[in-house]
Design a protein around this ligand. Structure first.
Ligand code: UD1
Length: 365
């Protein structure tokens, strides 16, 4: 006889909808969980959220906060308030949050303040750059979580170094399962194309940096006779440079068409953390338009090279394209059933009673 675990799983943005898809289906089917999905509504355009829920057969959210966009502090505050109101009803045993978005932090604070056990999935990612909104979100969340599920040893080692209070476990990357289930099942032929996505605040909100990136893309398009396909995130629309020669701007793609585009591409330029891993899994050389990456293995294996502001991005892209035969594309983020391992870890933690006593901190002088 088991006790049913009443779990609230919080999503709010496109990456959460995609990467959590398999975990959510597993929890929904599992008789030991009574799952409620709470959608914060941080992302609200159909092609940023509901289309993905349908495509990846995620159970429909039972609670929709509809917080929308706005000042990040107010957005976190609205999520904190909305999730707290639900938790104060006393009908949830555990809150699960994922990654590093404002939805993650808002919900994590609500769990901490209502003393509801909190699980952080994809814990321990670090850029060690507190100018990044995501770095603030993940650090704060990690330090108030009771169970921290890491994708591999590197994030787990960051968590140990930071002396987090909660229990750390390595479960692999749930995104990999979703990727494996969605890769094209036909042999996609390479085309004279590259894939680009840019949406990080540091790039998308800086017109000069966007011009710098486009200048490099135009030059590579011309020298290598490729066309860039650029699904444009809503945030990026405001500062798109006018000269798009060699760059085809398209609306955000559904998940399978995006992977098909990845497989057809010679190269990928991005500032997304998710796409960096998908490029590596698809064996497509990748360039990250940032000065660091949380996914350190992608860089150390050569699958991903950094192109910070002010760098010679055109040469970096072309060198990476030329290096493709010597890249180590092996997957360090857990092959196999990572989503199942994640769900099992949550169940074990909740059933063992550990979720009740993790706060017992020892004062060390
Ligand atoms: C958020 C996450 C980021 C993640 C990204 C994936 C934070 C701090 N950042 O960034 O880590 O990689 O999602 O997409 O949580 N907008 C729309 N429609 C939408 C959503 C957004 O038009 O459905 C526009 C709005 O103008 C909004 C802007 O995009 O103000 C930024 O959206 P926001 O959710 O604040 O951050 P993202 O840049 O999407």
């Amino acid at each position: 006889m088991f006790v049913v675990i009443r779990a609230m799983f919080v999503i709010g943005t496109r990456p959460e909808a995609i990467r959590c898809a398999r975990m959510l289906r597993l929890m929904e089917e599992d008789p030991e969980f009574d799952l409620t999905i709470l959608n914060t509504g941080q992302h609200y355009d159909a092609n940023m959220m509901s289309d993905f829920l349908r495509e990846l057969q995620v159970p429909m959210p039972g609670i929709d906060l509809k917080v929308g966009s706005g000042d990040p502090a107010l957005q976190v505050a609205a999520i904190l308030e909305g999730v707290s109101r639900e938790l104060e009803l006393g009908t949830f045993d555990v809150v699960c949050v994922f990654g590093d978005t404002n939805s993650t932090l808002g919900a994590a604070l609500a769990a901490a303040k209502t003393r509801t056990p909190l699980v952080h999935i994809e814990a321990g990612g670090r850029s060690y750059d507190m100018d990044m909104p995501e770095e603030i979100n993940r650090r704060m969340t990690d330090h108030i979580s009771g169970l921290l599920l890491a994708v591999c040893e590197t994030p787990a080692s960051f968590l140990r170094k930071e002396n987090v209070l909660g229990k750390i476990e390595i479960v692999g990357d749930p995104q990999h399962d979703v990727y494996m289930a969605s890769i094209p099942n036909v042999d996609v032929q390479k085309r004279q194309e590259g894939l680009v996505t840019i949406h990080r605040e540091e790039n998308a909100d800086n017109p000069q940096r966007m011009e710098e990136i486009f200048e490099a893309l135009r030059a590579v398009a011309s020298e290598r006779a490729i066309e860039w396909v650029f699904p444009v995130h809503p945030r990026t629309k405001a500062n798109l440079p006018k000269d798009t020669t060699g760059i085809r701007l398209v609306e955000p793609l559904a998940y399978e068409p995006l992977l098909e585009q990845m497989f057809a591409s010679q190269v990928c330029v991005t500032d997304s953390g998710g796409l960096v891993k998908e490029a590596m899994w698809a064996r497509v050389p990748c360039i990250t338009a940032r000065d660091r990456s949380e996914w350190v293995e992608t860089v150390s294996q050569g699958a991903n090279v950094l192109a910070p502001a002010g760098s010679d991005m055109k040469s970096i892209i072309m060198n990476q394209m030329d290096a493709s035969d010597s890249i180590d594309f092996s997957n360090p983020y857990g092959d196999g059933d990572n989503s199942k391992r994640t769900v099992d870890a949550i169940r074990k933690w909740m059933s063992s009673g550990e979720s009740k006593n993790w706060r017992e901190e020892k004062l060390v002088y």
